[in-house]
Ligand binder design. Structure first.
Ligand SMILES: NC(=O)c1ccc[n+]([C@@H]2O[C@H](COP(=O)([O-])OP(=O)(O)OC[C@H]3O[C@@H](n4cnc5c(N)ncnc54)[C@H](OP(=O)(O)O)[C@@H]3O)[C@@H](O)[C@H]2O)c1
Length: 290
């Protein structure tokens, strides 16, 4: 007999999670503000709780996947949650998560938080993972069930950590892909298609994580942690001039220039603060702001 689990929130993500628990044989109770979204899951064997209180009563382990943390308060405030382990996998700011942990404790429950590193179709598939923070002992107690969603990566006792990492990852993901779209739009001005550019973009993005001379994820991490930013053969001044050319090219292409201009401004602020002869990683000093 697999452990019972309750899923609160049946958007694309919560529905994929509930379907995964069901497929793996967990007795699954679901609740959603809009009850009709539960219909396909009930067909697959889920129990639809009539109220949030009924959903909480059904299982010790309660997985929450909603738009934000406000939705959790709107849904569960006033319901009896004593002895429950709430695993909220929704997006929020770290401080919001810390406040939510106090709210859960005040109601006799415990909060684990998580950041889901896959879109809904990846839930339960190889390569997907969820970053958790909160009590490691509590995670370990429910690890076998939560493992159905993807690898369970533990980050630390501070419940805010899961979404600090999650927002960091999402920032990297979104800003990389927005830069990709700016690059595509620039090339479109000369009739180049996104598909023609894709092999070049793939080379750049994959090499950043490599151990080669373009392996800037490792190179920058080492320099930033050591707080030394050697310029070598690639001075920041030379790159700032190059950033000017990116903006000029975007302007000439008639595309949106907000992203390229924000990037150029960072280069020049760092150069003007005295880092012109240093390397690319010295931009961290302008980003840190302190
Ligand atoms: N989708 C992805 O690719 C993805 C990937 C990684 C992480 N995530 C995270 O996973 C979470 C869920 O994702 P999703 O795509 O399912 O998002 P979503 O579509 O925004 O989630 C909708 C769910 O939140 C509920 N909800 C929203 N406001 C509510 C409120 N005030 N009271 C009660 N219920 C409320 C909705 O109820 P109703 O049905 O009644 O409207 C529905 O169950 C998000 O925090 C998201 O950041 C998503």
């Amino acid at each position: 007999m697999k452990a019972p689990v309750t899923v609160v929130g049946l958007g694309p993500m919560g529905s994929a999670m509930a379907a995964t628990f069901l497929r793996n044989g967990h007795p699954t109770t679901v609740w959603n503000r809009t009850a009709s979204k539960a219909a396909p899951l009930v067909e697959q064997g889920a129990t639809l709780a009539a109220t949030p209180g009924e959903a909480l009563a059904a299982s010790e382990l309660v997985v929450i996947s909603q738009t934000d943390y406000k939705a959790m308060y709107d849904s569960l405030d006033g319901a009896d949650m004593k002895g429950r382990v709430l695993v909220n996998l929704s997006s929020g700011s770290p401080d919001e998560l810390r406040r939510a942990a106090d709210w859960a404790t005040g109601n006799g429950a415990e909060l684990l938080t998580g950041g889901v590193m896959t879109p809904p179709p990846g839930i339960g598939q190889p390569g997907s993972y969820v970053m958790y923070s909160g009590s490691e002992a509590t995670l370990d107690r429910h690890r076998e069930t939560l493992r159905e969603l993807g690898d369970a990566t533990y980050l630390g006792a501070d419940v805010g950590l899961s979404n600090l990492y999650y927002q960091a990852q999402l920032n990297l993901f979104c800003s990389t892909l927005i830069a990709y779209m700016h690059s595509i739009a620039m090339l479109e001005s000369a009739g180049v298609t996104a598909e023609q550019f894709r092999p070049f973009a793939t080379e750049t993005v994959t090499s950043l994580g490599s151990d080669g001379p373009m392996g800037f994820l490792r190179i920058m991490a080492e320099e930033i942690d050591a707080n030394t930013f050697p310029g070598g053969e690639n001075s920041l001044y030379m790159m700032a001039v190059g950033a000017d050319h990116i903006v000029e090219t975007a302007e000439a292409a008639g595309i949106d220039t907000l992203g390229p201009r924000a990037m150029r401004d960072l280069f020049w602020r760092t150069v003007n603060a005295g880092h012109g002869a240093d390397g690319f990683s010295s931009i961290i000093t302008a980003i840190r702001k302190s």
